[in-house]
Design a protein around this ligand. Structure first.
Ligand code: NOJ
Length: 554
C-alpha cells in the first residue's frame, strides 16, 4: 500500500528543461584522462573519452575548475577565469571540447568559484603590492589586525581547511581566506567584484556552456562588522545553521544570485546554475526561488550511512522540499570532496570518515559489502525523480584509495590540518581505462597520484564486456532510467514489508518500482512481471532479494 505520494507532472504538456531530470557526470579533469603524458588529466584527454560518456548515457558533464591555477586546491584557486590552466590545455581546446560534447548530445557545465580567487590572481597581486588603504584592497577582505600592533587576526574565524581564516601580509594587514591561504576571499560588497564576475559568466556562455556549478554558494557575503564566531572548532560547516552567522548563508547572497540569473536569461536555451550550498535544509528553498538558482546539490545521501530509515527519510523529505518550490530534487552519492561510497558503505556505522584513513582500525572495512551497497545505492539514485550527479569512477565501483602514502598527498587539507586529516586525494586517484600499461590507460606518463596495483581489474576495459560488471549495471540502469524515469516527476513511496525488514521501495509513474534490501536477511520480491535491472546480476532469476541489493521491477 502506498503511504505517500508526490506528483509533479509536466505542466501544460511542455518539455521539461533538460536539467530537471538530467544525469550529470562530474569530471575531475586532473584525474580523468591524460592525453599529453604529463601525468595530469587534460582537456584533450576528456575529448578523447566523450564517446565513452555518450555510451554511458549521461546528459551532461560538470567539469571541475579547469582555469589557470597554481592548483593549490586542485583548481579551486583560480588565477585567471578566462584562461585554461596550461597543464589542462588551452582555450581553443576547451572550445573544441564544448562543441564536440554538444555533437555527442552532452551538455557542458563549468565550475565557477566566486567566493575566492587564487593568491596569484591579478586582483590579489595588485592588492598586495598596493599600500594599505588602496582601493584595490577593497576587492578582498584585507583588514588591520587586533592587538597593540595589529598582531592578532581581525576575527577568530577558522578556515574550513584548518587553522585561522586570516593570513598576514608583509605590511602587517590581514586577508581573509575561508579555505587555504592561497585562496583569498573576494569582497562581494564591492560592486566591481560582481561586474567582473558577470563578465566572466558571459565569457563562458558565449562559448556555449550550458550551465555553471557555483562553488561555496553559501559563503559569498560576510558580516560588514566582522564579529567573532566565538568557537574554536574547525567544524565551521555546522555553524551554517546559525541564522546570523558572520560568513555562512547571509541574506545578501540572494541579491547577488539574482544578478547572475539575469545574465543567464540573456542567453537562448536552458542554461542553468546549480549551487553548492551547505545550508540548513529549511533555508535551501530560498536559493531555488524562480529568479535564483535552478538547482542546488542535495548532499543528504552523501552524508547518510547505509541505513533503510535514513534513506527513506531522505527520499521523502528531499522530494517534498523540492516539490514545495516547484523544483525537482537532486541526488549525489559522491564527489571529489568525500570518501567514495564503495568504501564508505563498507565501514561500520558511526566511523569518522575524515580521520579513519589515518586512525583506523583498518580491519573493520568490509570491501565486499561496500561494493554491493554502492551498486544498490546507484539504483536508488538513478531511479528517483529529479537529476542525479555521478562522480567519475563511481560507475566502475572504484573504492577510496584511503591508504595513499603521506608523501604523495596533495590536498591542502593534509598540511592545513597539521596532518590530522589525509584530505580528499583518495577519491581523486586517476581513472583506470585499461587492464595494464602505464597508469592503466589514464595516460602515457606517471600519474600525479599513484593508482593501486590491482586497479586494472576495475578498469573500463576489464568491465566493458562483462554483463555483471558495475559499469554494465550503470549502463543498463541509465538506459532504463531514460525509458521509465524521465517522463514525469512522480514518486510513490511503497510499504512492501514490516518495519523490521529494512526495505525501502518506491514506484515511478511509468510503473517501475525500485526495491532495496538494507537488512541482513533475504527478502521476497513483491509481485512483478519483469525484473528490469538488479544490482546483483547473478540473482536474475531469483524471486528473492539478498542483503544489500536493489532491483527495479515492472
Ligand atoms: C568546494 C569544492 O568542492 C572543494 O573541492 C573546494 O576545496 C572548496 N569548495 C573551496 O573552493
Amino acid at each position: 500500500m502506498p503511504d505517500s505520494s508526490f506528483t509533479h507532472r509536466k505542466q501544460g504538456g511542455g518539455e521539461l528543461p533538460w536539467w530537471r531530470h538530467g544525469l550529470v557526470y562530474q569530471v575531475y579533469i586532473r584525474s580523468f584522462a591524460d592525453a599529453n603524458g604529463d601525468g595530469t588529466g587534460d582537456v584533450n584527454g576528456l575529448r578523447s573519452r566523450l564517446p565513452y560518456l555518450r555510451e554511458l548515457g549521461i546528459d551532461a558533464i560538470w567539469i571541475n575548475p579547469w582555469y589557470q591555477s597554481p592548483l593549490a586546491d586542485g583548481g579551486y584557486d583560480v588565477a585567471d577565469y578566462r584562461q585554461i590552466e596550461p597543464r589542462f590545455g588551452n582555450l581553443a581546446q576547451a572550445e573544441a571540447l564544448i562543441a564536440e560534447a554538444h555533437d555527442h548530445d552532452i551538455k557542458v557545465i563549468t565550475d565557477v568559484v566566486p567566493n575566492h580567487t587564487s593568491d596569484q590572481h591579478a586582483w590579489f597581486r595588485e592588492a598586495v603590492t598596493a599600500a594599505p588603504g588602496h582601493p584595490s584592497r577593497n576587492r578582498y577582505h584585507i583588514l588591520p589586525g587586533k592587538g597593540a600592533n595589529g598582531e592578532k587576526p581581525p576575527t577568530d574565524w577558522p578556515s574550513v581547511f584548518g587553522g585561522p581564516a586570516w593570513a598576514r601580509l608583509p605590511d602587517g594587514e590581514w586577508y581573509l581566506h575561508l579555505f587555504a591561504p592561497e585562496q583569498p576571499d573576494l569582497n562581494w560588497a564591492n560592486p566591481e567584484v560582481n561586474e567582473g564576475f558577470q563578465d566572466m559568466l558571459r565569457f563562458w556562455l558565449d562559448r556555449g556552456v550550458d550551465g555553471f556549478r557555483v562553488d561555496v554558494a553559501h559563503g559569498l557575503v560576510k558580516h560588514p562588522d566582522y564579529p567573532d564566531v566565538n568557537h574554536d572548532s574547525g567544524d565551521v560547516l555546522a555553524t551554517a545553521k546559525d541564522r546570523n552567522h558572520p560568513f555562512w548563508d547571509r541574506d545578501g547572497i540572494h541579491d547577488i544570485v539574482r544578478t547572475w540569473r539575469t545574465v543567464l536569461e540573456e542567453y537562448p536555451g536552458d542554461r542553468m546554475m546549480v549551487a553548492e550550498a551547505w545550508v540548513d535544509p529549511e533555508r535551501l528553498p530560498l536559493y531555488l526561488r524562480p529568479d535564483e538558482y535552478h538547482q542546488s546539490f542535495n548532499f543528504a545521501l552523501v552524508e547518510s550511512e547505509w541505513d533503510a530509515e535514513d534513506f527513506a527519510a531522505i527520499i521523502e523529505k528531499s522530494t517534498r522540499a523540492a516539490a514545495e518550490v516547484g523544483s525537482t530534487p537532486t541526488w549525489v552519492l559522491s564527489n571529489h570532496d568525500v570518501m567514495r561510497q564503495a568504501t564508505r558503505y563498507g565501514l561500520p556505522k558511526g566511523t569518522k570518515l575524515r580521520t579513519w584513513p589515518l586512525t583506523g582500525p583498518f580491519d573493520v572495512l568490509d570491501v565486499d559489502a561496500g561494493a554491493r551497497r554502492a551498486r544498490a545505492a546507484a539504483l536508488v539514485m538513478l531511479g528517483l525523480p529529479g537529476s542525479a550527479y555521478l562522480y567519475q569512477g563511481e560507475e566502475l565501483g572504484l573504492p577510496e584509495v584511503w591508504d595513499l602514502p603521506p608523501e604523495v598527498l596533495d590536498d591542502p587539507v593534509w598540511e592545513n590540518s597539521h596532518h590530522a586529516q589525509k584530505g580528499r586525494d583518495g577519491c581523486r586517484v586517476p581513472i583506470p581505462w585499461t587492464v595494464d600499461g602505464p597508469s592503466f590507460g589514464f595516460g602515457p606518463g606517471e600519474p600525479w597520484l599513484p593508482q593501486p596495483e590491482d586497479w586494472g581489474s576495475l578498469s573500463v576495459a576489464a568491465q566493458d564486456d562483462d554483463p555483471d560488471s558495475t559499469l554494465s549495471l550503470y549502463r543498463d540502469a541509465i538506459a532504463a532510467r531514460r525509458r521509465y524515469c524521465m517522463d514525469d516527476d512522480s514518486l510513490e513511496i511503497l510499504d512492501v514489508g514490516g518495519p523490521d525488514d529494512h526495505v525501502v521501495a518506491f514506484r515511478r509513474g511509468s510503473g517501475l518500482s525500485c526495491v532495496v534490501n538494507f537488512g541482513p536477511g533475504v527478502v521476497r520480491l513483491p509481485d512483478h512481471t519483469e525484473v528490469v535491472v538488479r544490482s546483483d546480476h547473478h540473482g536474475h532469476d531469483s524471486a528473492d532479494l539478498a542483503p544489500d541489493t536493489a532491483a527495479w521491477l515492472l
